[in-house]
Design a protein around this ligand. Structure first.
Ligand SMILES: Nc1ncnc2c1ncn2[C@@H]1O[C@H](COP(=O)(O)OP(=O)(O)O)[C@@H](O)[C@H]1O
Ligand SMILES: [Mg+2]
Length: 222
């Protein structure tokens, strides 16, 4: 029996309109991700990694091609349905954290659940403790270090128990010590929750730990 892919992208192109021309950023990209798989995306700056990740995660739409996540075609969904899906089925960790500044650590972690009108206090607690922020649950983002911010973002990304988690250079703004703590936590939790993980990274050591590495050159997979 064939395992169902958690994510399948087929023949994706992405171009952006400029004043009176357009720029082709991604060309004919097809890929899949298996349940629980850890995939690393590598490539030079400007090669299209962030653009690809945002299409795979439903943060933006491809110009042509399809992205099917858990059997649903993201490219055929309304922006409203897509927004709900991003909170319930997809986790995303950004290089620059993207926490909500007016919410505490705990409220940031609870946020995706509140959108879905759900409450899972035990899961929230467990995640906050797993990222070692039990003592900072009532702090606001501006009171946290970079590592603490990213640990909050990881707990938030996993709280709805998504089947897939995307991370775009999640340690890019952290020093070496915090970077390795954040990565260790991310990989531990990915296994505990059996979440597929697609991560953009420049770290060859991390790519070696991945089940599979995908390299992108000038908008194409090689
Ligand atoms: N919204 C946009 N409008 C125009 N060009 C863009 C936009 N987003 C990205 N690009 C261009 O697409 C290319 C790839 O960008 P990006 O995906 O951020 O690369 P990477 O993450 O690999 O560094 C770059 O040339 C960038 O300037
Ligand atoms: Mg990028």
């Amino acid at each position: 029996m064939m395992t169902e892919h958690v994510l399948t992208a087929t023949n994706i192109d992405k171009s952006f309109a400029l004043d009176d021309s357009s720029i082709d950023v991604l060309r004919d990209i097809s890929l899949h991700v298996n349940p629980g798989e850890f995939v690393a995306i590598m490539g030079k700056s400007g090669s299209g990694k962030s653009t690809l990740l945002s299409l795979l995660a439903g943060l933006d739409q491809p110009t042509t091609g399809s992205v099917v996540l858990n059997g649903e075609d993201l490219t055929a969904m309304t922006e409203e349905d897509l927004a709900l899906k991003r909170q319930s089925d997809i986790g995303f960790v950004f290089q620059s954290f993207h926490l909500i500044p007016t919410l505490t650590v705990q409220e940031n972690v609870e946020f995706p659940l509140s959108i879905a009108r759900e409450r899972h206090p035990e899961r929230v607690d467990r995640l906050i403790n797993a990222v070692e922020l039990g003592h900072r649950r009532n702090s606001f983002p501006h009171q946290l270090s970079g590592g603490e911010k990213q640990r909050t973002a990881i707990a938030r990304a996993l709280v709805a128990q998504p089947k897939i988690l995307f991370a775009d250079e999640p340690t890019g703004n952290l020093d070496e010590k915090n970077a390795s703590q954040v990565m260790d936590l991310l990989l531990d939790l990915q296994k505990v929750f059996n979440t597929a993980l697609v991560i953009v990274t420049h770290d060859p050591g991390l790519a070696k730990m991945a089940d599979r590495t995908i390299t992108i050159v000038d908008g194409r997979l090689v």
